[in-house]
Design a protein around this ligand. Structure first.
Ligand SMILES: C[S@@+](CC[C@H](N)C(=O)[O-])C[C@H]1O[C@@H](n2cnc3c(N)ncnc32)[C@H](O)[C@@H]1O
Length: 270
């Protein structure tokens, strides 16, 4: 992983942002959003920048926390994700910016808090992104970013099935979604950008998703590799799903797959 590594991109098109919001946000991203915001204790009236905001699950909670007197901006590179975010927050006073994390064009010293959930490991130049966060934060401003702590049992089983039934190249792209920096690397990166009081807290949740036959097509439909899955012949799709189901048969509880998943939340102060 590193600067310019295309296997790490997260770009959705077509109906993928809609599927992402309807499926992945309730089952995964929404579960972590509340947890992330506890790390920054937003106060009424504060100004917040949510970087790589996607469909805006953390952005909307931030706006509720800072209230009418607060100012919240969601920034993402993907027009489809932002269109969904705008639609969902039509009655909320949130500013949405379509931009790469670098070159945001935002003024310096402009926010009390920068948050980012599951965005950092996609940024092609992470040190430059952190310098940008430092620049736009006001003195004593806080940063909190949550990043997957590597793979879960489910994502390992999925990537292996993608390798078996699609291709090693497509599996590499899918594995890249969870090839994340270690806690030590996060501390070094964030400290290196000038932040102080840098800490990492690991948070684990028990995740429950529908059985593979239902969940795998939805999940892959919300991923950058959606087309590769959708263009498989039906028999190959079924075999891929059966492979995931077989690997995870020990984790089926009733009509769900239940497994632990974890994030690292890195925080710091300007
Ligand atoms: C896994 S999604 C997380 C979205 C959201 N934070 C959430 O928790 O639901 C990753 C997001 O990062 C965005 N992203 C990836 N690279 C980016 C970049 N260089 N600049 C801004 N956003 C980026 C993608 O467009 C995508 O919306």
């Amino acid at each position: 992983m590193g600067k310019g590594d295309c296997s790490m991109s997260f770009q959705l098109s077509g109906s993928a942002p809609e599927i992402y919001e309807n499926t992945m946000v309730p089952m995964w991203f929404g579960r972590w959003a509340e947890a992330l915001l506890t790390f920054v204790s937003l106060k009424p009236g504060e100004a917040v920048l949510d970087v790589a905001c996607g469909t805006g699950v953390t952005t909307r909670i931030a706006k509720l926390d800072v209230g009418n007197g607060g100012r919240v901006t969601g920034l993402d590179i993907n027009a489809g994700m932002l269109a969904k975010a705008r639609e969902l927050a039509a009655d909320m006073d949130i500013t949405w910016i379509e931009s790469d994390v670098l070159g945001t064009g935002l003024p310096k010293d402009n926010f009390n808090v920068v948050i980012s959930q599951h965005g950092y490991h996609y940024f092609p130049d992470q040190p430059a992104a952190l310098r940008e966060f430092y620049r736009v934060l006001a003195p004593s401003g806080r940063i909190a970013m949550s990043i997957w702590d590597g793979h879960s049992a489910y994502t390992k089983a999925l990537c292996s099935a993608v390798e078996n039934f699609i291709s090693p190249e497509i599996a590499k792209k899918q594995r890249g979604q969870r090839e994340t920096p270690s806690a030590d690397k996060l501390i070094a990166d964030v400290s290196g950008a000038g932040f102080r009081n840098v800490t990492v807290a690991r948070q684990e949740l028990s995740i429950k998703v529908p059985l593979a036959a239902e969940f795998v097509p939805l999940h892959l439909g919300s991923m950058p590799i959606a087309n590769a899955f959708q263009s498989l012949p039906d028999k190959e799709k079924e075999a891929l799903i059966a492979d995931v189901a077989d690997t995870l048969r020990g984790q089926v509880v009733g009509d769900q797959i239940v497994y632990p998943d974890a994030v690292n939340v890195v925080t710091g102060v300007k």
